[in-house]
Ligand binder design. Sequence first.
Ligand code: GLA
Length: 394
Amino acid sequence: MRFLRFLLPTSCAAAALTAALRADRADAAPVHTAATAGMAPTPPMGWNSWNKFGCQISEQLIREEADAMVASGMQAAGYRYLNIDDCWEAPQRDGNGNLTTDSTRFPSGMKALADYVHSKGLKIGIYSSAGTGTCQGRPASLDHEVADARTFAAWGIDYLKYDNCNNQKRPALARYRAMGDALAATGRPIVFSLCEWGSNRPWTWGRSVGGNLWRTTGDISDSWASMVRILDQQEGLEAYSGPNAWNDPDMLEVGNGKMRYDEYVAHFSLWALLNAPLIAGNDLRTMSDSTKAILENPEVIAVDQDWGGKQGYKIHDDGDLEVWMKPMHSGDRAVVLLNRGETTSPVTTSLKALGLSGGRHSARNLWTHTDETVTDSVSATLAPHTVAMLLVRR
Ligand code: GLA
């Protein structure tokens, strides 16, 4: 643009400048920005059907999970979105080309279910794919974005998880932008969750298509190996996350039964440190008190929901022993000391490495809920596959 100014007479240059600015703006700030800005000022919290139930879902199940979200204390702890994943769709679109709900599993239809969820003070999420079919082979939204977004809005949907299966190898950015624009055009605020698996670095363009969160990896499973594999893939992504636009290392497996209690504590601590969306993936109707104590730990949730300018990141790596740190907006530091190995070991970091002055600082242990004083360094002796999580005061 500066270049144009030198070449053209002033009035002409001004017109060219205005046009160029308009074009820039259209690119950098598409129509949906206003609609999606403010949609997820903190990482979304909720529940999703996939990790526990896969395709075994029904309106009865979703109603019971909504009831349990309230009765279990999850709603009071901050969980808001009740998200239905794949397999809610009828096998075919209706005669008008619209998506419809599987009438065997959801006989009352999606609008009635959304009304029920809303009556509990909760919000409802749904799922589709930026492809010709979902990952389970149901109809999906590629080239039907406008109609499907209107359908979701008419049902009262508040959150869309948008997958990547059957994408016909068409460019990701355009596929996701089409749905971002279509959601914005409905005028209904709908959180837009990109489930693109990190294939095309969605952290670099997710925001520009109206995304409020984007998956950074393939699917999590209920194992320590899967959880730490995903953790490793978060390194270096901290620059891309922030209010209304979060890196999503996938939904939680806490309480699904294949990891030990301490391993789930580690999973939840690390996800909170990463400002990850906290989307529970267990059966809320039957969760144990120990699962509740993890998912509803207010001090760990507070770390997740705090924006101190950067999501947490790794500051020390000694093979199996790692230290992760997140600045809190107050200047305090949230710290996770992690032993991912097979032998009990001490894990230590200096206050200087946390960006704090040396000397005495008070620290809060976010799992034992006790205060202690630390001097110059923070350390813990950790059993295999465990963490200590501390909030070190500035
Ligand atoms: C993909 C997604 C999962 C889940 C399934 C549903 O694998 O990454 O999170 O939504 O599809 O089919």
